[in-house]
Write a protein that binds this ligand. Structure first.
Ligand code: PLP
Length: 406
């Protein structure tokens, strides 16, 4: 089996296919699924040593499982982190990170345009335990600086964000966070390590909803935290061992297989999304298109500088992601009409699937966010989010145009 010495010079595509290959005594080529809750010991003394950590070995799949570990090592290699901990969902990755790093009385500065459930986690759950959050515009670095308090411990941002594709400057936010002795956490769900590597830009921790592009086919729930060997390898791992929102070995196997095709899929998603954004802009029923690849996107230049390229070589185009959002003329009624007129697209809240999905954020993913916070985040009733899949782009456009004509 290859090891991290081999990996250090590999590109993203190779890492996704080959890093942390899991090989067992049967010499299987595709990784095995270690579907077991516990592991056995030669004798009581060995059990005691492995439990105490003085001898290496698996104990119990709440915190040690070979298939989950292979996924963790592969994702850590792709993100350029020392350690990764797999979790039961993207939300449990955020929960585990906050529970590990925060105490009552601490303060978070977070983007006001996060995924709705992340906003609710801060406002409805952590607030109950004495942790306050200040929400700011992701692209306004001065607003992050102004929001810092003596008790600020974390900055939390998604970039591009869900659903408006605003881009935050990771390098600048890392500087502001570090000057305040706080950590910068980046939810890298929308771009994945193939298209953006926040740790290399100064972020301290990366969060993933593996449910999205890492799986890539809408099958399994999962999440991950990536970072250094102390905060993640020891502290978040320790929280998981005790609290247990763990990733199932079966799901880890699905994600491992997903990582093998991630580079190829992300390229196809980005190319199709870019075409869709350009096409939408030409449609008379459309009020506004949100896509970082459009030259009039307010952070287009930042996206060009921060995102990785689609493929090798200096001429390879910049990646802008597979999510396009747009406002239709006529408010909620018109937006629902476009959604309801589709016959091929999937009306569902998930994203990052081979199948194109269509969502009305104001009443679904962000429906439980208070109306005022939603308005501040710029999520209007006329907004539709499309996660562009791998179907032919002409078929996606034909499905969308039906409701626009109506
Ligand atoms: C950006 C982002 N982060 C986190 C999550 C939460 O992930 P999960 O649904 O796997 O808990 C989502 C889910 O949609 C998301 O879009």
């Amino acid at each position: 089996m290859n090891d991290s010495e081999d990996w250090k010079d590999w590109g993203s595509a190779t890492l996704g296919v080959r890093a942390a290959e899991l090989r067992g005594a049967e010499r299987e080529h595709s990784p095995a699924i270690h579907l077991t809750s516990s592991f056995i010991f030669e004798n009581a003394a060995q059990a005691a040593a492995v439990f105490a950590g003085t001898e290496a070995g698996n104990v119990y799949s709440r915190f040690t499982n070979p298939t989950v570990r292979a996924f963790e090592q592969r994702l850590a290699a792709m993100e350029g982190g020392d350690s990764c901990v797999g979790t039961a969902s993207g939300m449990s990755a955020i929960l585990a990170t906050f529970m590990t790093l925060l105490r009552a009385g601490d303060h978070i500065v977070a983007s006001q345009t996060l995924f709705g459930t992340t906003i609710n986690l801060c406002n409805n759950i952590f607030a109950r335990f004495g942790v306050e959050t200040t929400f700011v515009a992701p692209e306004d670095v001065q607003a992050w600086r102004n929001a810092v308090r003596p008790n600020t411990k974390l900055f939390f941002v998604e970039t591009p964000n869900n659903p408006l594709t605003d881009i935050a400057d990771i390098r600048a936010l890392a500087e502001v966070a570090h000057a305040a002795n706080a950590l910068l956490i980046v939810d890298n769900c929308f771009l994945t390590p193939v298209l953006q590597q926040p740790l290399k830009l100064g972020a301290d921790l990366v969060i993933h909803s593996a449910t999205k592009y890492l799986d890539g086919q809408g099958r399994c729930m999962g999440g991950a935290v990536v970072g250094d060997s102390t905060r993640v390898g020891k502290d978040v791992f320790g929280f998981m061992r005790t609290a247990g929102p763990s990733m199932s070995p079966f799901n880890a196997w699905v994600f491992l297989k997903g990582l093998e095709t991630l580079s190829l899929r992300m390229r196809a998603h980005c190319e199709a999304a870019h075409k869709l954004a350009l096409w939408l802009r030409e449609q008379p029923a459309i009020e506004h298109v949100y896509y970082p690849g459009l030259p009039d996107h307010p952070q287009h230049a930042l996206a060009q500088a921060q995102h990785l390229r689609l493929g090798d070589g200096p001429d390879a185009p910049t990646a802008y992601g597979g999510i396009v959002s747009f406002e239709v003329k006529g408010g909620r009624e018109a937006a629902w009409r476009v959604i309801d007129a589709t016959r091929m697209l999937s009306i569902t809240a998930n994203l990052g699937d081979t199948r194109t999905t269509i969502t009305h954020p104001a009443t679904t993913t962000h429906g439980r966010v208070p109306a005022e916070a939603r308005a501040r985040a710029g999520i209007k009733e006329s907004l539709i989010r499309v996660s562009v899949g791998l179907e032919n782009i002409e078929d996606i456009c034909a499905d969308l145009v039906r409701g626009m004509r109506a």
